[in-house]
Design a protein around this ligand. Structure first.
Ligand SMILES: Nc1ncnc2c1ncn2[C@@H]1O[C@H](COP(=O)(O)OP(=O)(O)OP(=O)(O)O)[C@@H](O)[C@H]1O
Ligand SMILES: [Mg+2]
Length: 259
């Protein structure tokens, strides 16, 4: 498999100075195209920070990031937004749905920014919502949907245009066990279709469903293990010191796209 993501000595320091926080402390990770990777760690360990950097939503304080072999630091804003729009489907921690738009309009929104024509947009949104089992809730607003359904709208929004990479930050957080199984099945299906899925979670049971589990603690990678079908580690490394991850808000994307 070819290398998709290669980060080297990535650091992210918030509030440099007296109250500085090393959210990521020299993190090294390589992810191949087509992998299904879980990034696990406790609250505050740096998962969302890492996801934001992997998704080109935030820039690291130090270190290098090669995406598809290209140095992200050397990309222009246009190139970065192009990558975010075409390559990556974001599923954000806490859904980030727009309250006064219906499920269908929420899924359509990023497609508007990508300049997709209306009829095609509607077709993609309907198709994505049907795929996550929400064909019967397309005209509902987020407040009229259950938590699990809102999360499925967020997934539909991320996958509508079939991006090759899915970045999901706690997609099953705060969901009941039934909804959790549904969401995980959708992510597994996306992986089977050939997408790279990077799943952030604090839940061991969820992480164990991925082929590879990277553990982050205090901004450092604690371990990085590949598992067999039974969930037994078949290849692994305990690593001194690194882990990152980041996700930004949909609001940020909206700002970046000028909406
Ligand atoms: N904008 C910010 N300014 C200052 N500190 C921040 C900022 N964002 C995150 N942090 C700090 O960086 C660390 C990592 O935060 P991050 O959001 O990446 O954690 P997380 O692993 O995603 O946690 P959770 O599981 O609770 O979502 C935390 O200690 C947090 O307080
Ligand atoms: Mg987080």
């Amino acid at each position: 498999m070819s290398i998709l993501i290669e980060i080297r000595d990535i650091c992210k320091v918030y509030n440099p100075g007296e109250n500085e926080v090393w959210a990521l402390d020299h993190v090294n990770v390589t992810i191949d195209r087509g992998e299904f990777v879980a990034i696990i760690g406790q609250s505050g360990s740096g998962k969302s920070t890492l996801m934001n950097i992997l998704g080109c939503l935030d820039v690291p304080t130090g270190g290098s990031y090669l995406l598809n072999g290209q140095d992200v630091a050397k990309m222009s804003d246009d190139e970065l937004s192009d990558i975010r729009n075409r390559e990556i489907g974001f599923i954000f921690q806490g859904f980030n749905l727009i309250p006064n738009l219906t499920a269908k309009e929420n899924v359509e929104l990023p497609l508007i920014y990508r300049g997709v024509a209306r009829s095609r947009r509607v077709a993609l949104a309907v198709n994505a919502l049907e795929k996550v089992g929400l064909g019967h809730r397309m005209e509902h607003r987020p407040s009229q949907l259950s938590g699990g359904q809102q999360q499925r709208v967020a997934i539909a929004r991320a996958i509508a245009q079939a991006p090759p990479v899915i970045l999901a930050d706690e997609p099953t957080g705060n969901l009941d066990s039934h909804s959790t199984v549904e969401i995980m099945n959708i992510l597994k299906e996306l992986h089977r279709e050939g997408r790279t899925v990077i799943l952030i979670t604090h839940d061991n049971e969820i992480a164990a469903q991925a082929k590879r589990v990277i553990k982050i603690k205090d901004g450092r990678i604690e371990s990085d293990e590949v598992r067999d079908a039974e969930g037994t580690a078949i290849e692994g490394t305990a690593i001194e010191g690194t882990v990152p991850e980041t996700i930004a808000s949909a609001g940020m994307i909206l700002e970046q796209t000028g909406r």
